[in-house]
Design a protein around this ligand. Structure first.
Ligand code: MG
Length: 384
């Protein structure tokens, strides 16, 4: 099941006196906490973040991430959902639409709506209403009725749909600008909308007191942030004539290359070991034993793909890689940009979250004599 999310943070935030989406919260911001929940879910392949013009200009560039597409909000909430929908990757099967002001959303609630929507077409996170409701007619000052509270649920987000159900609703009611959520359009199409019991903590942060409550809840959850772990990796390969020199996935011009059972890419090997080390998941030689004939001449990008699969299964998120090459020859500085770009792409990280540098060994030892190239790497990984 290919799943994506639309996080709508397009409101002007008039009740806070200034745009509320980027108010600080839990060491991050209101909108970014919502975004982080979806980015931390391996089953969500893409998140479309919808921002008002002011927020877009201030933050879109900074939020660049391989899994995030930032688009501008529409005139209304429905306009924003339509803009987000138009930016979804092709072939997505299930779409979770989330209000970016519900920063305390958890992966468990999102998952429950994804599963229910995949089964029945549409699922809305909601909670039973706790207060007794009173009907007060427009303009009246007296109660005209007390409905049975047991039949009322307060709708939250995510509101999750199969792609075709949401598409049909948005197309059928293309001129509807006033709907406060898209699930009412889905209902009007005759589609049954399932209710997924959510948490009262998944409230919308719209007033200063909401921010105070959200801060308290995040503190109770342990800061609302996942544990950050550091891993270290090291690799060395012999430099010999007659082989391609491949570092960080880039073929570099040189008369020699790194000897190895695989392509000998010491940068990717050291980085993978650092990532696995951060999560206590061993090292690359376990999944790819040196000497196993089926891995002869292996492209090390496959080792990275295997490592990323382990990170995803663990629920981890790589937030930074720092690699230091040690080489006497060739000169690596002219290739920094290409190697860094490639390293970021192979690991699916923005370039701002990758660092690559090189040192000579000052003529000392085997590396100093140009007989080998080594790489040290440090990875910072968020664990579940
Ligand atoms: Mg190696």
């Amino acid at each position: 099941m290919r799943a994506a999310a639309i996080v709508v943070s397009g409101g002007s935030g008039s009740r806070m006196g200034r745009p509320k989406q980027f108010l600080p919260l839990g060491g991050s911001t209101v909108a970014e906490l919502s975004l982080a929940c979806f980015l931390g879910m391996p089953e969500i392949e893409s998140v479309v973040l919808v921002l008002g013009d002011e927020a877009y200009d201030a933050h879109a560039k900074r939020l660049a991430h391989p899994k995030v597409v930032v688009v501008r909000a529409g005139q209304t909430r429905m306009g924003s959902v339509r803009n987000g929908f138009a930016a979804l990757p092709k072939g997505v099967e299930v779409v979770a639409v989330h209000d970016g002001a519900r920063s305390l959303i958890t992966a468990e609630i999102v998952r429950a709506t994804l599963a229910e929507a995949a089964k029945s077409g549409a699922a809305v996170a909601a909670v039973p209403v706790k207060d007794t409701l009173k009907v007060v007619e427009k303009g009246a000052k007296t109660v005209s009725g007390t409905p049975d509270r047991a039949t009322f649920w307060a709708a939250q987000t995510p509101q999750t749909y199969t792609y075709s159900v949401l598409k049909t609703a948005l197309e059928t009611f293309a001129s509807d600008a006033d709907a406060t959520d898209e699930s009412q359009l889905v209902e009007r199409c005759g589609q049954k909308v399932a209710v997924v019991e959510s948490s009262y903590e998944n409230f919308k942060i719209t007033t200063p007191e909401d921010l105070t409550m959200a801060t308290a809840i995040l503190e109770a959850r342990g800061g609302g942030r996942r544990e950050s772990r550091t891993g270290f990796g090291y690799d060395i390969h012999k430099l010999v004539p007659g082989r391609d020199l491949i570092l960080a996935g880039v073929k570099l011009p040189h008369t020699k290359g790194l000897l190895g059972h695989s392509d000998g890419d010491a940068v990717l090997h050291a980085c993978c070991d650092a990532v696995l080390g951060a999560l206590g998941l061993g090292e690359i030689g376990i999944a790819f034993p040196p000497g196993d004939p089926k891995f002869k001449g292996l492209n090390s990008k496959e080792i990275v793909a295997n490592t990323l699969g382990k990170v995803a299964a663990f629920g981890g998120e790589i937030i930074h890689l720092d690699a230091t090459l040690i080489a006497e020859e060739p000169k690596l500085k002219p290739h920094y940009e290409a190697m860094k770009k490639s390293l970021a792409a192979v690991f699916g990280l923005p370039e701002s979250r990758v660092s690559l540098k090189a040192k000579s060994n000052e003529g000392l030892d085997a590396i100093g004599r140009g007989e080998a190239i080594a790489c040290h790497a440090v990875a910072t990984v968020l664990a579940r």
